[in-house]
Write a protein of this length. Structure first.
Length: 487
């Protein structure tokens, strides 16, 4: 897992660290890493010497980082100009170093630049950009290189204009959401939430983390964690020499109906791609499930299914009294459950609240935004992590809030974000596949939050794998899962 820290925690760590260092040491460390990345980008476009570099310099530490980095680039022969947004508050040490290296100040946005360094605001910024900064950012789209190409943009720590702790892009003072769109963001010491979740991720481009010695000073609990392949590979249940179908786990799938048989086929397909040894299906789509998946044991009702180690319930189930009875039977079982789609709709009227409170076994819910709003009374809003954590605590359930950057929130306050999402998954039925895989992981014995993290990660990889072959259907995703699960 890659930990991600809130801005207040990062600033506290920086303050503690700065008390042990000579002035500007931390800024120079950051600037060295920033200048190195800028130099690599310029080398790919003909070299540093003679390249035109524009620094957008705010009044905070990010502006100082940009100035010191600009001085290093000027020392390698780049033509560096700095455009200060508040000249009277420009970092004096950084400005002196830039001028000594041959850099200069400018008052207006030039017409040409090979590379722009965004040092307007950093992790201390809140709210949208001010009008002058917003106009400057809007003008970046018109900057061209000497050969007519688009100028590259490198953001310092985070793209200016994003909300650091939520990943939102708030409206600027003119009422329009405005933020820098970077090709590369060079961030210092640790990841920040805006680089991992929310619409700000699209503004960050490629993220490069520069070690400035901050890690030992980060005393707080991370705001969230980003899943990595090593976590998924480590947690994936492995076969032993003594394994057999029952010891691997049995997952029950109560999805689909005569009206929506595809939901059953897809959720069973997701479950079969998981680590369990047997899938039991209960529902009105028995014939279709057995036609596509003959290894499944199929019955009409949950009560007839036999023993399982976890249940998946909801996709295509319907919302009539038959569906309600099946949900009651699933909730009565003393095993982990995944509740998706129609099961979430059936929870909204509160009739199952007592059963939910009485359960000792874990619950995982997998809402998209509209389902989340029906459960929580409002959309997730700009702070998706905070919203998911509140719902998880209220329901005492793990919440897998689906989206391009899926958020997994645990009742104990831990949060995770999945980095493998793709727009290719925005098609009907892919959530059914995810629910089936998640149920299989629960039945194999993974803790609820780990099962949700692993399922989201592999589901995203499967979506990407399927997209490489053309337009994606949910069946393609179910098939692709087999190619991406750990060996």
């Amino acid at each position: 897992m890659r930990p991600v820290w809130r801005a207040t925690d990062v600033r506290a760590a920086e303050t503690a660290m700065l008390a042990t260092l000579p002035p500007d040491t931390l800024m120079r460390r950051a600037a060295t890493g920033l200048a190195r990345r800028c130099a690599l980008l310029l080398s790919e476009r003909g070299g540093v010497y003679g390249a035109r570099v524009l620094l957008l310099v705010g009044s905070g530490d990010n502006g100082g980082d940009a100035l010191y980095a600009g001085a290093l680039l000027a020392g390698r022969g780049a033509a560096v100009s700095a455009l200060p947004l508040a000249p009277e508050r420009i970092h004096p040490g950084g400005l002196a170093e830039l001028r000594a290296a041959g850099g200069r100040l400018v008052e207006d946005l030039p017409t040409q630049a090979d590379l722009v360094v965004d040092g307007i605001v950093g992790i201390g910024g809140t709210g949208g950009l001010r009008e002058s900064a917003a106009q400057l950012v809007a003008g970046l789209a018109g900057l061209r290189t000497r050969t007519g190409g688009r100028a590259l943009v490198v953001a310092v720590d985070v793209p200016s204009g994003v909300e650091v702790d939520t990943g939102d892009v708030p409206a600027s003072s003119n009422g329009t959401p405005v933020a820098v769109t970077a090709d590369v963001t060079v961030t210092f010491g640790c990841l920040k939430p805006a680089l991992a979740v929310g619409p700000a991720v699209e503004r960050a481009g490629q993220v490069e983390l520069v070690d400035i010695g901050l890690t030992p000073w980060l005393r707080a609990t991370p705001a969230l964690e980003v899943t990595e392949w090593a976590d998924v590979d480590d947690w994936w249940p492995r076969l032993a020499a003594s394994s057999e179908k029952y010891s691997r786990g049995v997952v029950g799938v109560a999805t689909g109906s005569a009206t929506y048989p595809g939901a059953a086929v897809l959720s069973v397909g997701g479950a079969l791609a998981g680590p369990t040894g047997l899938v039991r299906y209960a529902g009105g789509a028995r014939a279709e499930v057995l036609h596509h998946h003959p290894s499944v044991i199929a019955t009409q009702r949950v009560a007839e299914a036999g023993r399982v180690q976890a249940w998946v319930c909801g996709s295509g189930l319907g919302t009539d009294e038959v569906a309600r009875n099946e949900l009651r039977a699933v909730l009565a079982a003393p095993v982990p459950v995944v509740l998706d789609a129609d099961a979430l709709t059936l929870l909204v009227d509160g009739s199952s609240a007592a059963r939910l409170r009485q359960r000792d076994a874990p619950i995982v819910i997998t809402p998209h935004d509209r389902e989340f709003a029906r459960l929580a009374g409002e959309l997730p809003g700009s702070d998706r992590v905070g919203a998911a954590l509140r719902l998880a605590a209220w329901m005492n359930a793990v919440v897998l809030l689906k989206g391009d950057r899926t958020v997994i929130a645990a009742p104990d306050g831990r949060a995770f974000v999945n980095p493998t999402g793709t727009p290719a998954l925005a098609t009907g039925g892919t959530g059914d596949v995810l629910a089936g895989l998640l149920g299989s992981l629960l039945a194999a014995g993974l803790p609820a939050e780990r099962a949700a993290v692993v399922a989201a990660y592999l589901h995203g990889l499967a979506g990407r794998e399927a997209a490489e072959r053309g337009p994606v259907t949910a069946s393609d995703v179910a098939d692709a899962l087999r190619a991406v699960v750990p060996a």
